[in-house]
Structure formats: structure tokens, C-alpha cells
Design a protein around this ligand. Structure first.
Ligand code: DGL
Length: 271
């Protein structure tokens, strides 16, 4: 289906993640481009992706993108590092008619920032061992040392809305402290759930460690792509509400997502 230019300009941008983590990307997009209509899918019924097979993750990503396209999305934002690291090339081939902007760990900014020459990358298991991350470090690591730390359990803490209780603090400390002991002065948040743990991560890392989240850069890249393709929403349009879908328990997801978003979000059940 080809939409005429005006319909493309006013059409929504579709954003998705394995769960509520991608709201950390959605908030940057909404802050930078308030006139864009946004549709968000939280696949919370299947989170975490980080422990699942590549085939399973691809099937979910395809299902969700098809849903977003049925809602009229003019562009897709993959707000999930795990999806990007494993299958972004295959998704771009399959949905070649639709622009796809994808988050990935901020390796280049971290390489530029580090003074100790040692960078910690916090990620899901799948991202930590993904070919995408290895390629990024090879291409943009500038010879710096990257210590990649898988953090199983962190996504689940955010999905449960347990952002700073004692168990979450202990789990965060157990992965951050060994990195500090190795001399990292820069931490890359390689999963979109982790910005919601940033206060706890920062508490253990201390003020001398820079914590890098690429969400704002993804929002800027989306804006560039929409301008290039002449698909940006008219700037005189009123700020648009968020349409939110989830495969998880709608009541639980509504409670957690609303807390993360800072305003009530009421998800619809994802077919
Ligand atoms: N927020 C997803 C990411 O950026 C988490 C993936 C997962 O559910 O493991 O990778």
C-alpha cells in the first residue's frame, strides 16, 4: 500500500521493544518531535528477548512490525538493542519499503569519551554475544578496551516496576562493581530498559563514571530520516497522544508504563 505524501506526513511513527524499556527511547522522540503521532508496542508478554532464540525474536519483531504497518506507520523505530544486534539487516531487507531506525549501543561516543581507555558495555545476554556488537566495537572502538557485561535479570526488574528496591540494588551492584574494579570510566547502556535503572547504576558507579544512553541520538536520526524522506509531521500540528499496545497483562503494564512515562498510559491488547 503506498500512501500519498500528505498522508505520509501525518501518519504515525511505530516504535517497539520487548517491553516497557523502549519508553526510554519513546520519551526522547516525543520530546524532540512532539508533533509526530507515535504508536508504541511493548511485547511484555514475551520479555525478556535477551534469553530467547534468534528465530523467536525474529518472529516477534516481524509480527509487531506488521501490526505497526497495519496501523499506518510511516517509519519504524526499533527501540531494542537485542533486535538490532541480531536481525536488523534481515528486518531491513524484509520491510525494504519502510524506513527503519534502530538503536544500538553507543560504542563510538564511549570510545571518544573514555580517558582510562576501558569502557564497560551493559547489555542483555543476546546483545552481549551478538555479531552486531562485535562489528560495532571493531568498527568504532578505536582500539579502546571494551568489557562487555551481560546483565540477566535487569530487564525483568524494570518490567516488574522494581527500579530501586534492595534486590534490584544488589543485582545492579553485582554487574557494575566488577567493571569498576577493571578500571572502566565509561558505561554504555546497551539495553533500552537500563536507563530506568540509571539512578541505581549511577549510585554504584559514582560521579566520575560517565553513563551513556543513545536514545537522544536515535530520536535525532529519526528526525533526519523523516526530513530526508519528506515525511515529517506538519510543525503546526498539535502535540499528539501516544497509542500504546502490549502483549503483556494490560493492567500491570499500564501501571509500570505510566510510572516510567510520568503520565497515565492505557495499553490496548496486541493481537
Ligand atoms: N530493551 C531491550 C533491549 O534494548 C531488552 C531486550 C530483552 O528483552 O532482553 O535490548
Amino acid at each position: 500500500m503506498t500512501l500519498p505524501p500528505l498522508a505520509l506526513a501525518t501518519a504515525p511513527v511505530g516504535v517497539f521493544d520487548s517491553g516497557v524499556g523502549g519508553l526510554s527511547v519513546l520519551r526522547e522522540i516525543h520530546a524532540q518531535w512532539p508533533h509526530e503521532a507515535l504508536i508504541y508496542v511493548a511485547d511484555s508478554g514475551h520479555a525478556p528477548y535477551g534469553d530467547k532464540s534468534v528465530e523467536f525474536i525474529e518472529a516477534r519483531a516481524v509480527h509487531i512490525i506488521e501490526h505497526l504497518l497495519r496501523q499506518g506507520a510511516k517509519a519504524i523505530v526499533v527501540a531494542c538493542n537485542t533486535v538490532t544486534g541480531l536481525i536488523i539487516d534481515r528486518l531491513r531487507q524484509r520491510f525494504a519499503h519502510c524506513p527503519i531506525v534502530a538503536i544500538e549501543p553507543a560504542i563510538k561516543p564511549a570510545a571518544l569519551h573514555t580517558e582510562s581507555g576501558i569502557v564497560g558495555v551493559l547489555a542483555t545476554r543476546q546483545t552481549a554475544s551478538s555479531p552486531g556488537l562485535a562489528r560495532l566495537i571493531h568498527a568504532h572502538g578505536q582500539g579502546k578496551r571494551f568489557v562487555v557485561q551481560a546483565c540477566p535479570g535487569w530487564v525483568e526488574r524494570v518490567e516488574a516496576g522494581k527500579l530501586d528496591d534492595k534486590d534490584t540494588q544488589a543485582l545492579v551492584a553485582s554487574y557494575v562493581q566488577p567493571l569498576l574494579a577493571q578500571g572502566v570510566d565509561t558505561l554504555v547502556l546497551g539495553c533500552t530498559h537500563y536507563p530506568f535503572l540509571a539512578p541505581v547504576i549511577g549510585h554504584f558507579a559514582g560521579p566520575s563514571v560517565q553513563v551513556i544512553d543513545p536514545a537522544a541520538a536515535v530520536a535525532r536520526e529519526l528526525g533526519r530520516r523523516l526530513v530526508q524522506l519528506r515525511r515529517s509531521a506538519p510543525p503546526d500540528r498539535l502535540p499528539q497522544p501516544i497509542q500504546f499496545w502490549t502483549s503483556g497483562d494490560p493492567l500491570h503494564v499500564a501501571a509500570v508504563a505510566s510510572r516510567l512515562w510520568g503520565q497515565t498510559l492505557s495499553p490496548l491488547a496486541l493481537p
